[in-house]
Design a protein around this ligand. Structure first.
Ligand code: R5P
Length: 334
């Protein structure tokens, strides 16, 4: 469980403050997380129906008044990404037409984020397209966790609160004794150095970097490891584990260079296809992630620990509703 100290001091709860103008709703992408957020805040989940018509079209019905309220929609745009995005857009349309005062879209996981720039000619920037759809359908604000690329915030012309689950993971690692070990924090690619450095500083450990190449989507080639890993416990940290290729090949390369043990941590467990089985069979000794994306029972493996993003998201929602700083939650996380 994430510790309260990982996310700073708790602001007063809705119940303590007697607020009634905050309403929380969830789509079908991650209801378990949404209910945990509601529990943290101390509110009931808003009543709405998100089902499908017989032809597969999405049907949304808001089952209580939202007029004049601050609506927060919890929806991760994880697999099935296209259905979850469409469901979100339809929910937004419903609340805009229902005269909500504001609509905050809380996206624990922002799908399509890895398509954030043109690398080759004639490629789309799909992360921007998704941002445009959300803004233009009526969102007042977006809350997202560990966006794959910082520039995605700038794809929106509405406020974006960018939250980091690194402190939650760091608090867990401390509890598990990793801060007392001869350990090094490892970024599995050059793009993730800032995230790994923040974790290294939080745990008081040195940093190492894996330089990797992607000859094609889903394929990984390790080019170089920068930093000393010999005899050390390596704590790899990434935003996403998808096929597991970056982590597994990274771990193998670290072990070849004399690492004593390797654990893999990430915020978003995309875990496509047989990823968790591959991780389980790999030399990685532990996998730590959060619940921004639900993990189906059949993908659970014994090496896996799932921390909840609910306290952080609940805290951010209460702060937004009460106009209290959200960024101050990360004053000591750079
Ligand atoms: C990409 O740059 C991301 O930060 C992750 O490293 C990537 O999505 C992981 O993918 P996979 O698990 O398939 O190697």
């Amino acid at each position: 469980m994430a510790k309260q100290e990982a996310i700073g001091e708790r602001v007063t709860t809705m119940a303590e403050n007697g607020f009634s103008s905050l309403k929380l709703f969830t789509g079908n992408s991650n209801p378990d997380l949404a209910y945990k957020i509601a529990e943290y805040i101390g509110v009931e989940m808003g009543r709405m129906t998100c089902t499908k018509f017989s032809d597969g079209e999405i049907r949304v019905q808001v089952d209580e008044s939202a007029r004049g309220t601050d609506v927060f929609i919890i929806q991760s745009t994880c697999d099935p990404a296209n259905d979850n995005i469409m469901e979100l857009l339809i929910m937004l349309d419903a609340f805009r037409r229902a005269s909500a005062k504001s609509i905050t879209v809380v996206m624990p996981y922002y799908g399509y984020a890895r398509q954030d720039k043109k690398i080759k000619p004639r490629e789309p920037v799909t992360a921007r397209l998704v941002a445009d759809l959300i803004s233009q359908t009526g969102a007042s604000r977006v809350v997202a966790c560990d966006l794959h690329a910082d520039q995605i915030q700038g794809f929106f012309d509405i406020p974006v609160d960018h939250l980091f689950l690194g402190p939650t993971i760091a608090a867990y690692l401390r509890d598990e004794g990793y801060a007392d070990m001869d350990a090094v924090v490892v970024s599995p690619d050059v793009g993730g150095v800032a995230r790994a450095r923040a974790m290294a500083e939080r745990l008081g450990k040195p940093l190492a970097i894996i330089a990797k190449r992607r000859p094609e989507p889903g394929k990984v080639e390790i080019v170089e490891i920068i930093g000393n890993v010999e005899g050390k416990v390596c704590i790899m940290i990434d935003d996403i584990i998808d096929t597991g290729g970056s982590m597994i090949q990274g771990a193998e390369a670290l072990l070849v260079r004399g690492a004593k043990d390797v654990i893999a941590t990430c915020t978003h467990p995309v875990f496509s296809s047989n990823c968790t089985q591959r991780l389980q069979e790999s030399p990685i000794s532990r996998i730590v992630c959060t619940d921004t994306i639900p993990i189906p029972k059949q993908k659970e493996v014994s090496k896996l620990t799932v921390l909840s993003a609910a306290p952080l998201l609940g805290e951010a929602i209460m702060r937004i509703h009460q106009n209290v700083s959200v960024s101050s939650l990360f004053d000591d996380w750079s």
